[in-house]
Design a protein around this ligand. Sequence first.
Ligand code: PLP
Length: 458
Amino acid sequence: MNPPRNSTAARDVASVLHPYTELKSHLTKGPVVIARGEGVRVWDDQGKDYIESVAGLWCAALGFSNERLVEAATAQMRRLPFYHAFTAKSYEPLIDLSEMLLERAPPSVDGAPMSKVFFANSGSEANDSAVKMVWYYNNAVGRPRKKKIIARLKGYHGVTVAAASLTGLPNNHRLFDLPIAGVLHTMTPHHYHGAEPGESEEDFATRCAEELEALILREDPETVAAMFAEPIMGAGGVILPPATYFEKIQAVLRKYDVLLVADEVICGFGRTGNYWGSQTYGIQPDILTCAKALSASFLPISAVMVNDRVFQGLAEGSSQVGTFGHGFTYSGHPVSAAVAIETLRIYDEMNLVEHAATVGAHMQAGLRERFAEHPLVGEVRGTGLIAGVELVEDKAARRNFDPARKLGARLMALGEQNGVILRAMPGDSIGFSPPLVITEAEVDEMLDRFGRALDALA
Ligand code: PLP
């Protein structure tokens, strides 16, 4: 059906090239036009309300309204709407936000604190920046061959050329001529699908670490620079690391002097029930990237934190060539930084991390009680306020539906009819990552609406 002529939907179809959309069928189907938001809900232009089960794109941690953030942005726009940090310029919001992030950072390798913060605008840019820092660092310290980067199949690190290469999903590579040379992928640590019959989580984690070690040895450790990993793999299907995974992975990385970059773009700022996913899983990264909830998504901003070893290498390199030749016009934009500062204050004042842990436990229990036995559900998994519900055709064989049946997309459409915006990922996994401010009553309502959509699919 074509959208009505001259409607907002028709104007969209005539003018917008949508990200992550089936471009051809969009020409006939048209968009859902979201007109406003409040709390955990958004409303479309017909006045229908939806609970946002994924906080937009795993990001609107304070929901879709917050006057303090509006004030923080407005005040900063009046005071200094733009400045930059190139050529040693600075401004208070940049310094304040750097300090706040370092105060909150998880410990780096051997318990040492993170040392410096670099800002960008998106998770992809943060990860691309981290890749470039790793290369620059190894050049500066005299290891020009040590450049390859390892990521994981089903990992998601963004869409810019380097970040999309790290991403381990076929749609981000096929037709884009990616990944770039020097990016390697190791196995997905998903016990549900990857384990042999009867294999414990610990044994499976050992096998994941052995595969990583074999990959490093095959490539030559002198050529492998870093590994990127999300604490919980988000867009690849909400895949939790099996017990002891990161302990074993980190032992391998240290053995071959390979840096670990924790991609906390989704997991950071309370999502897993701790401030960082790294704390939930005992990760001590050399470099940490974050974005999304950093500003509660009121404005774009992302950050790369580096430990002192990496920073000293970068400083050494820049003294060799003149400057550290990397940065965006809007690296640490003052208005975004002011909003991020206010966001982090609000998180502290609300004890939002504890709230996420408490309400998260309620959400996890609700998802398991209501849906684990559902005939279409293979696995319910998650911790804190992040979860995945994976649809399967055959529960015993753990076999997914043929992708051509588009179960996930159909469930998203049924969700919309039932007043909940859902996010389907590869393998028909449905992600839950609601605003961190969600209440238990709102979780129940979200699960009611999801349940009605799922039953309609059955
Ligand atoms: N890293 C992770 C773990 C993500 O989930 C995402 C986006 O969902 C990104 C990186 C890319 O962030 P952005 O879309 O802001 O570029």
